[in-house]
Design a protein around this ligand. Structure first.
Ligand SMILES: Nc1nc2c(ncn2[C@@H]2O[C@H](COP(=O)(O)OP(=O)(O)OP(=O)(O)O)[C@@H](O)[C@H]2O)c(=O)[nH]1
Ligand SMILES: [Mg+2]
Length: 237
């Protein structure tokens, strides 16, 4: 199946070329057709470096992780993607683990695959205690409200495009990954967690969990989305 990787990127000039290179190289064993880097108004050289490394660059001037993921997803669909994989730009996730994300969709054992860092390996210094706690609490709440058995939020994830197009994604900032998961749960899409590794960002500055403001905003969005959608009716498959 045609697999396209979407990378939301904001000021990641020192990380992006390495990630794109690994995704398009032998580590992914031919699974990746195209890499789309969505430059979210970076003030640095992110876009040019992504392009030099072989990525297709999309530009999304509206700030927000969800806006960037949405722009990348639409570009991927335009290019004929059947599977979309999302991965961060800072090398925290490993392109070499792509098979865990893609193969369950190819084998039709899942429509949404979430890379769980809790089931996998978190390198020393890669995740602050408040982030571990926030992820744990979010997963617990999602499990309780949606009858799931998740362990993590899973920023490294993949989705079948024909599932994605039914979701009507609306959360254009930190709530994007949560919205995708809970909407899949409501639609009885098979959700599979697979173990993945999580490393510290290679360089550059954190925009989310490494800052107080980012962490508070992320927590508010994640919990808000989880609770709001639980009140909505289940939709037919
Ligand atoms: N497009 C876009 N990307 C963003 C935005 N904020 C963060 N990102 C990207 O989303 C990914 C996750 O952001 P990070 O800053 O790494 O957040 P984090 O992983 O919680 O924090 P670290 O542990 O410091 O890496 C990275 O690829 C960022 O470049 C944003 O507003 N727009
Ligand atoms: Mg990061």
């Amino acid at each position: 199946m045609k697999t396209i990787v979407v990378i939301p990127a904001l000021d990641e000039e020192d990380n992006i070329a390495g990630v794109v290179h690994d995704l398009l190289g032998e580590q992914t064993e031919g699974r990746v057709h195209t890499v789309i880097v969505v430059d979210n108004g970076s003030a640095d050289d992110t876009a040019a470096r992504a392009e030099s490394a072989g990525a297709v660059v999309a530009h999304e001037p509206r700030r927000g992780y969800g806006h960037a993921c949405m722009a990348g997803s639409l570009a991927a669909i335009e290019l004929g993607a059947e599977i979309i994989v999302y991965i961060d730009a800072d090398h925290s996730s490993r392109p070499s683990e792509m098979s865990s994300l893609v193969d369950p969709i190819v084998n039709d054992t899942a429509g949404l695959v979430l890379g769980s860092r809790v089931l996998g390996t978190i390198s020393r210094g890669a995740m602050a205690p408040h982030q571990r706690f926030g992820n744990w609490m979010s997963a617990k709440l999602m499990n309780r409200l949606y009858g799931l058995t998740l362990t993590d939020l899973g920023p490294y994830r993949s989705i079948r495009v024909d599932v994605f197009t039914t979701l009507g994604m609306e959360e254009m900032t930190f709530g994007w990954p949560t919205e995708m998961t809970v909407k899949c749960a409501h639609r009885d899409v098979k959700i599979l967690e697979v173990p993945v590794s999580w490393d510290p960002r290679r360089s550059g500055t954190s925009k989310v969990s490494g800052t107080v403001k980012g962490s508070i905003l992320a927590a508010r969005h994640i919990l808000g989305v989880t609770i709001r959608h639980a009140r909505k009716e289940r939709r037919p498959r």
